[in-house]
Design a protein around this ligand. Structure first.
Ligand code: GAL
Length: 434
């Protein structure tokens, strides 16, 4: 069991701008007999199917989803699972498709959304239901850390059930490649400058030093460089308006990002995150920066920590946990609200969170999970989450609304494909902040 996790004020601070930080009791006393969709909440007799919309299609992601599906089959044998997954890491294809469906009044029964600013977009657009009463019904009110519930709550109402907690600022590396480059595979690096020397060594050994994939993975890399160079406080300031995007410290971070991109594979734009990670697994690249869904992927390939791969926080970010959480919603107009309700019950349950997260690489959002069931990496993430400074991920919906993320992604893609210089890149990032 682990119960000591807490969020640093820093994350509550950044999210206060977009979300009302009202403590959520899960029961405002206004409605206890009707579910959000007006059906009675004490029966799921009408549930026949549930279309679950995610972007979980890679090995570890699919294994995690399968874990939830098994628990659904056990708890709700009459509810048929319809897999509405749309491939593309970080929802790169799914989010646009979801938006078209929501606008055409053709929602799935439930969809994946990140806690924080991304979820806030759906709430503000009136696309998701208040599911506070389900928290009471399923006994979820005390199951999650209060600060995580704050991220899912607006004006005292709660709109989704969190499935997990992921860490974004992790480097995954191949010890054999590092060894061949004359590096100590157990080494970690205190700063970007320290890391550049190691990247030089891998490059000199004839392998790709740092593997990266299409634009979203480059934005993911960028956010970790910003955390490394600015520090947690000033990074958070980028999202609450207290850090100036045009400042010289941001320029320095963008220069480091440019240097890092110089170490990467040139075929990146045709690849997604599993491909870039696979370069490390296959020994054609030394390092890869990716969220810890990579741990699920490595596990799905039965690889062994220490001999097949090593990991450490992105250089200069030790002690900082770049946080994101997947959660599931009840869309307005969901065709099978009772099926969605069954899914949300499974997602929030201890059994569902355990089976899902063990395979997914993430750690449970619930605080009562049995730590011993998780891998060594996950146990280290549980410990770090309890002690580190928590900052919100840009690329994965915690820090910024979708529109700002899209503008940052466009500017990044332009820069990394040679369409703009560094000064223009910085100006465009500042403009994206509005
Ligand atoms: C993130 C999501 C993770 C994982 C990753 C790669 O946005 O939160 O669960 O799926 O994308 O696709």
């Amino acid at each position: 069991m682990y119960t000591s996790r807490k969020y640093a004020g820093v994350i509550a601070g950044v999210l206060a701008a977009g979300l009302a930080l009202t403590a959520c009791s899960g029961d405002d006393g206004s409605s206890s007999t009707e579910s959000p969709t007006g059906t009675t909440s004490d029966s799921m007799d009408g549930a026949t199917e549930v279309e679950v919309f995610t972007w979980w299609t890679s090995g570890g992601e699919k294994a995690g989803l399968d874990g939830l599906v098994s628990v659904l089959a056990e708890k709700y044998p009459d509810v048929e699972f319809i897999n509405g997954a749309v491939a593309g890491g970080a929802g790169s294809a799914a989010k646009d498709l979801l938006q078209s469906r929501l606008q055409a009044n053709d929602p799935p029964d439930t969809f994946q959304a990140h806690a924080g600013a991304e979820l806030d977009d759906y709430i503000a657009a009136g696309q998701v239901e208040d599911i506070s009463d389900l928290y009471t019904e399923f006994g979820l009110t005390d199951a999650f850390p209060a600060d995580l519930l704050d991220l899912l709550t607006v004006d005292g109402a709660i709109y989704s059930v969190p499935a997990n907690i992921h860490r974004a600022n992790v480097v995954w590396a191949n010890p054999t490649v590092l060894d061949a480059a004359g590096l100590d595979p157990a080494a970690t690096y205190a700063s970007m400058d320290d890391w550049f020397a190691a990247l030089d060594a891998v490059e000199a050994s004839g392998q790709t030093a740092l593997s990266v994939a299409t634009t979203w993975t480059q934005v993911h890399l960028l956010e970790t460089v910003l955390i490394s160079d600015l520090g947690a406080g000033a990074y958070v300031g980028l999202w609450d308006g207290t850090t100036d995007w045009t400042g010289s410290d941001v320029t320095g971070a963008l220069e480091d990002f440019e240097t890092l991109m110089g170490y990467t594979n040139t075929d990146r734009d045709g690849l997604d995150w599993p491909d870039a990670l696979q370069m490390v697994v296959d020994g054609t690249a030394g390092f890869n920066v990716m969220g810890d869904w990579a741990a699920g992927e490595l596990d799905a390939q039965s690889l062994t920590e220490g001999t097949d791969y090593v990991y450490f926080p992105v250089p200069g970010t030790a002690g900082v946990f770049d946080f994101l959480a997947d959660s599931f919603t009840m869309p307005v107009g969901a065709p099978h609200p009772e099926g969605a309700k069954a899914w949300l019950d499974v997602v929030g349950s201890l059994e569902g969170q355990t089976d899902f997260n063990v395979a997914k690489g993430s750690i449970p959002a619930r605080t009562d999970a049995d730590e011993s069931l998780f891998t060594a990496y996950q146990q280290s993430a549980i410990a770090d989450f309890a002690s580190d400074t928590i900052v919100p991920s840009l690329m994965h919906g915690a820090a910024a609304p979708i529109a700002q993320l899209n503008a940052i992604s466009d500017a990044t893609s332009k820069f990394t494909t040679g369409g703009s210089d560094l000064a223009t890149f910085q100006t465009e990032l500042a403009a994206a902040a509005g």
